[in-house]
Design a protein around this ligand. Structure first.
Ligand SMILES: [Zn+2]
Length: 128
């Protein structure tokens, strides 16, 4: 059953948005989410802030998929020419696969955060 949010709008009126399932509040007013959402809004105009933060947190540079592909090609040529141990080639391939998977997960996370930000903005714009 959907219930009305127990939060109050900036004008002091009761929020008219639906509460999130299992909560008394909508996504904008849930006390557990308020800090998180404030953080989302601060980051609003900064675009891919998560990626920027990830880059800052890492000592080295993040590798683009094109760079990974280039290293894979190099490893493949090395293995074929007998200059690189096949085991090293396998390790390179495994690491590249892991990087692709982590990259895809990070992209999904980014999209999810964007959607939550948009939902929060939309629910805030509901007429009070
Ligand atoms: Zn609300």
């Amino acid at each position: 059953m959907q219930i009305q949010c127990s939060g109050k709008t900036k004008t002091g009126e009761r929020c008219k948005a639906w509460a999130v399932a299992g909560s008394q509040f909508c996504i904008s007013h849930d006390p557990a989410k308020v800090v998180e959402l404030a953080e989302f809004r601060r980051q609003g105009g900064k675009g891919k802030s998560n990626k920027a933060r990830a880059r800052k947190a890492l000592p080295g540079e993040l590798m683009s998929m094109a760079e990974v592909q280039a290293h894979l090609g190099k490893a493949l040529r090395g293995v074929l020419a007998g200059e690189i141990e096949p085991g090293v080639g396998t390790a390179v391939a495994n690491i590249a696969r892991a990087m692709r998977d982590v990259g895809a997960a990070a992209e999904l996370e980014e999209q999810l955060l964007d959607m939550r930000r948009q939902i929060a903005d939309l629910s805030e714009r509901r007429p009070a």
